[in-house]
Design a protein around this ligand. Structure first.
Ligand code: SF4
Length: 430
């Protein structure tokens, strides 16, 4: 979602005549996009904000703006600690960037715009037209929903991005058509709980599965992905669309977070291990080759050794293709951050390492079981880590490396897997 926000910021700057430059020293305007979902990116952002002071000293006319979730939460602190910053702008106020930049160029004092839409279910319309800077991009994100109504006890997103709001279906389809005209082949639909899309739309609820079908009908779009669905709302109609609509990829990234019902309840995740398991079974029974990936947190407050073991058992049971795994990071302003049962850093780190070792071994053996199979891959270009090889993702979202001529870039190819790696598969064109 942050990558997508950064693209929007660039588009707003282009609207008032700016274009990208090759280095920060040449820039008349520098926008730093931030994330507050964990402590580490916040620390990194503050360190970068500090470094920008030297830029401002050398080039006093450069406009510096800090944007995104952390700016939203810590505007006062940024103003106090970093007087060289001209403005901060939150996730709900990106449309104000052109005005803020113009004012700053005219010497205006520090400004902050961090208001979130108060109205639950407000509809997000009139995002900047997407074409600048995206020409010829093979893959593009398309946001369809902002904010979240779930309020998991560890998560800062409802505070920084506000309540759940959807974009009108027609606006999404217009954007997808424009992208297809510009050569985009693969679309990733974005939302915090993407499968609850549309529930507040004025023209009536459009189920997410129906939106996928409409996007698949846009000529030129060959692949559709989406992230992230919320497990409780993953229903049969969506599974059938993944199975039946060829443009929709057979990959589901569905965050489990923890493997015990007690911990899930403390997290205020609105499903149980059993109901999550039923969804996974249904998906796998209807789509046998599906790729399923997940997010997991260890060291959540009061996590007992038994609860941690239950997470390991769930990972063994579900055998995810891969997972994003994190040690819990308390986010000020969320309920869990104030609980007394915080787990010490040493235990969190040990649990995280154990979980990563287990998932890595599963990922490797899942990849090994795929050697010899054929996959459809969208050829993306030369692999940065394996020179001489092309790379691309399978429909199931496995990274694949293979030898191919440059002319293949941007086209679909059939690749047979010949060997397994931790990160994916090596193969050969068929
Ligand atoms: S559903 Fe996702 S975005 Fe929403 S509160 Fe929970 S973790 Fe955060």
């Amino acid at each position: 979602m942050n990558e997508e926000d950064s693209e929007q910021m660039a588009l707003y700057l282009e609207q008032i005549g700016f274009s990208p430059v090759g280095s920060i020293r040449e820039a008349q305007v520098v926008l730093l996009n931030t994330c507050s979902v964990r402590q580490k990116p916040e620390d990194k952002a503050f360190s970068l904000i500090g470094e920008l002071r030297f830029l401002k000293e050398r080039f006093p006319d450069t406009v510096i703006g800090v944007c995104g979730c952390m700016a939203q939460l810590r505007a006062d602190e940024i103003r106090r600690r970093a007087p060289h910053v001209d403005f901060v702008v939150g996730t709900g106020n990106l449309a104000e960037i052109p005005a803020l930049v113009s004012e700053a160029l005219q010497g205006a004092q520090f400004a902050s715009r961090i208001e979130l839409p108060e109205r639950k279910g407000a509809v997000v319309t009139h995002l900047p037209t997407r074409h600048v800077g995206r020409d010829g991009k093979l893959k593009a994100y398309v946001p369809i929903q902002y904010g979240c109504d779930k309020f998991c006890t560890f998560c800062i997103v409802p505070t920084t991005r506000g309540r759940e709001r959807s974009r009108p279906t027609e606006e999404i389809l217009d954007e997808v058509k424009r992208l297809a005209d510009l050569g985009t082949k693969e679309i990733c639909l974005l939302g915090q709980t993407v499968n609850s899309y549309g529930k507040n739309l004025m023209e009536g609820k459009v189920p997410f599965s129906e939106l996928l079908v409409k996007v698949a009908e846009v000529p030129g779009i060959e692949r559709i992905r989406f992230t992230s669905p919320y497990p409780r709302d993953f229903r049969r109609d969506l599974i059938e669309v993944i199975r039946d609509v060829p443009q929709v990829m057979e990959h589901v990234h569905m965050p489990l977070q923890a493997g015990s019902n007690t911990e899930l309840a403390r997290m205020k995740r609105l499903y149980t291990l059993e109901s999550f398991g039923e969804i996974v079974e249904e998906i796998r029974s209807l789509i046998p080759k599906v790729g399923i990936t997940t997010d997991l947190i260890v060291g959540f407050p009061d996590e007992t050794e038994d609860e941690f073991q239950a997470t390991l058992a769930a990972v063994n049971r579900f055998r995810f293709d891969w997972a994003f795994m994190f040690a819990y990071s308390p986010r000020p302003g969320t309920p869990a951050a104030d609980w007394s049962g915080q787990i010490d850093e040493k235990t969190k780190k040990a649990r995280l390492n154990e979980l990563i070792d287990l998932q890595n071994s599963i990922t490797k053996s899942v990849n090994e079981s795929r050697v010899g199979d054929e996959y459809e891959v969208l050829v993306e270009g030369t692999s940065p880590r394996n020179t001489g090889m092309m790379q691309g993702y399978s429909r199931e979202f496995t990274m694949m490396h293979f030898e191919a001529a440059n002319e293949r870039v941007g086209r679909l190819a059939k690749v047979r897997a010949t060997s397994a790696k931790q990160w994916g598969l090596v193969g050969e064109l068929i």
